[in-house]
Write a protein that binds this ligand. Structure first.
Ligand SMILES: CCCCCCCCCCCCCCCC(=O)SCCNC(=O)CCNC(=O)[C@H](O)C(C)(C)COP(=O)(O)OP(=O)(O)OC[C@H]1O[C@@H](n2cnc3c(N)ncnc32)[C@H](O)[C@@H]1OP(=O)(O)O
Length: 116
């Protein structure tokens, strides 16, 4: 899966640079959306982010994510963010666990199924 993303002032850490937590959030959400497209309701069990270069505000980045392998209900996923010159600025790997819809009902929301 591919996405384009531009961080803005809402995500600022150091001046002009995205906060690492905001970058991690975007990557985690990218994985969530990937698994939504695949049609597996899954949640993050473990997330690792490698920050290679500062992620700049107001700069478009290409984000790419895919499923590396599956072991039963464990989904191992990887992602990379690159700048317009093709240089990798951030990478992430995560373990998602497939869960039943009752998992989401624990938050008190409507646990009605969502079409993939
Ligand atoms: C409301 C309407 C309906 C909504 C319809 C759906 C909507 C769809 C929305 C999706 C939205 C996503 C949005 C973005 C992604 C989030 O933001 S998800 C939110 C953040 N994550 C969470 O809140 C998850 C909190 N954690 C949990 O609930 C539980 O830990 C889990 C994930 C369900 C797993 O619990 P568990 O079943 O007890 O499993 P656990 O024993 O902890 O670990 C499972 C396995 O992983 C292994 N493991 C753990 N860590 C590692 C590691 N680092 N490396 C390798 N193996 C590991 C364990 O050894 C274990 O292996 P086995 O012994 O099973 O072989």
């Amino acid at each position: 899966m591919r996405a384009r993303h531009v961080f803005d002032e809402r995500h600022v850490g150091a001046p002009g640079i995205a906060h690492g937590g905001a970058v991690a959030t975007v990557l985690d959400d990218l994985f969530g959306f990937l698994l939504y497209l695949i049609g597996e309701p899954a949640v993050t069990r473990h997330l690792e982010v490698g920050y290679r270069s500062p992620v700049l505000l107001g700069t478009p980045y290409l984000l790419e994510a895919g499923v590396q392998r599956r072991e039963g209900r464990k989904l191992f996923v990887r992602a990379q963010g690159t700048d317009e010159g093709g240089a990798a600025v951030v990478e992430a790997s995560a373990l998602f666990l497939v869960v039943g819809l009752e998992h989401f009902a624990r938050g008190g929301g409507d646990a009605a199924p969502v079409a993939p």
